[in-house]
Design a protein around this ligand. Structure first.
Ligand SMILES: [Ca+2]
Ligand SMILES: [Ca+2]
Ligand SMILES: [Ca+2]
Ligand SMILES: [Ca+2]
Length: 183
């Protein structure tokens, strides 16, 4: 009987130690009913990466717009100037061409552990001078939206194939949005 009492006392003492060591305090907001638990553990921020474009160029405006979702980062450079009309999926390169001024580009980076690496270099399939592809970007899961505020086509519909966009340039700076996804 004495042994059982000792075990119960040790158990109760253990519970007391555990509850005292917790750094959280929990209260309920009486107006909203929400749990307002606060974690008092101090957080420490440290730099994880310094990201530069692999085709770094003056006045490219790399990072004018950025979007982050989980381990995927999209960085847009609306002043980038290459004439490429495809997506580069080779993890490291981007065009060094500068013949389409301010056509714009978007770079996608992926985090593995704490290391970031380029995953794609995206250019509009109807790449045009001063289209400013990448003026805005938004990312959610496997879907990326790229805004080109100064794109110029007169199209009034949505193209749902996976590669083309109008080459028309009759509606100056009408603007367009491009949607991308990965498999
Ligand atoms: Ca450039
Ligand atoms: Ca430029
Ligand atoms: Ca254009
Ligand atoms: Ca334009």
């Amino acid at each position: 009987m004495k042994n059982i009492l000792q075990i119960i006392l040790i158990f109760l003492f253990s519970l007391t130690v555990i509850s005292c060591s917790s750094s959280s305090s929990s209260t309920t907001d009486t107006t909203t009913g929400n749990d307002t638990t606060t974690d008092t553990t101090a957080r420490v921020w440290e730099q994880e990466a310094y990201v530069k474009a692999s085709n770094n160029g003056a006045s490219d405006g790399f990072s004018y717009s950025v979007a982050l979702d989980g381990g995927t980062l999209a960085v847009a450079a609306y002043g980038e100037d290459s004439n490429q009309t495809t997506i580069t999926n080779d993890n490291s390169t981007a065009s060094s061409n500068n013949s389409n001024a301010d056509s714009g580009a978007v770079y996608v980076y992926k985090r593995t552990g704490t290391t970031w690496a380029q995953e794609a270099y995206i250019k509009a399939s109807n790449n045009g001078v001063v289209d400013r592809f990448g003026y805005e970007v938004a990312l959610d899961g496997d879907t990326l939206v790229v805004g080109a505020s100064d794109e110029d086509s007169n199209q009034t519909t949505i193209t749902n194939d996976n590669s083309t966009a109008s080459s028309n340039n009759s509606n100056t700076d009408s603007g367009a949005a491009y949607v991308y996804s990965f498999k």
